[in-house]
Design a protein around this ligand. Sequence first.
Ligand code: F6R
Length: 264
Amino acid sequence: MNNQEEKFIKVYPNSETASLYVAGRIASLIVKKSELGQKTVLGLATGATPKLVYKELIRLHQYEGLSFKSVVTFNLDEYYPMQAVDEQSYRSFMNVNLFNHVDMPSENIHIPDGTLNLEAVQAHCALYEKKIQDFGGLDLQLLGIGRTGHIGFNEPGSLVHSTTRLVHLNDLTISDAIADFGGKEHVPSQAITMGVKTITQAKEIILLALSQRKADIIQQALEGGISSHIPASFLQQFKNVEYVLDQEAASQLATNYCSAVTNP
Ligand code: F6R
């Protein structure tokens, strides 16, 4: 990115403090909107990155009265093909890491359906987009970033105007998933993902990146050129994006943003 000053980047000392900040942002939005009698429409991510965010949201629900009754969620993606009950499904991930522990009505939860026949996928993707619009769009989209630069499963080559669709996973993404699936042969090669356009239409976007493993791709996505080779770099064009990093993920950035944490 050329103008460093325009970026909204927060760097926290570690993954816990970064995650607590993000959970606090989500919780405040839910409280603010529910006081206005409005629903909060969240776009959610899976993976290692948001786990502590969800843990803190569960704590806020259990001990501090945060209610999810007015929350509607749309997950970014799901492997394809994938049974909802499969341990590796993103549906299971969300149940285990958030939904089973909060008071969100099950009808408010939306996750792309990995069980459909191929012929039904396109209509499902169009309906997913329509449902987001019917709820007035995403209020806040939480993102992680893959080492290929993917957001959602928008792998290199994805276009800025892309919408929800079936995609092929990049080799690096597949190899990063081997540990979860217990072997490369078990990792699905496809997924249904929201598109870059679906994501960037959210009113607010928080991209959370944690650990040294993300340092290189964060540097490229934030300070490199905007290109479909690094889909996360498209976010540079949008003002509604906040990057929340721990020190390790920020360690290759040219500018030292560490002072941002003094005023979280
Ligand atoms: C997950 C998703 C992906 C992940 C990314 C990072 O729903 O859409 O873009 O956010 O692959 O994964 P972790 O957090 O496991 O490093």
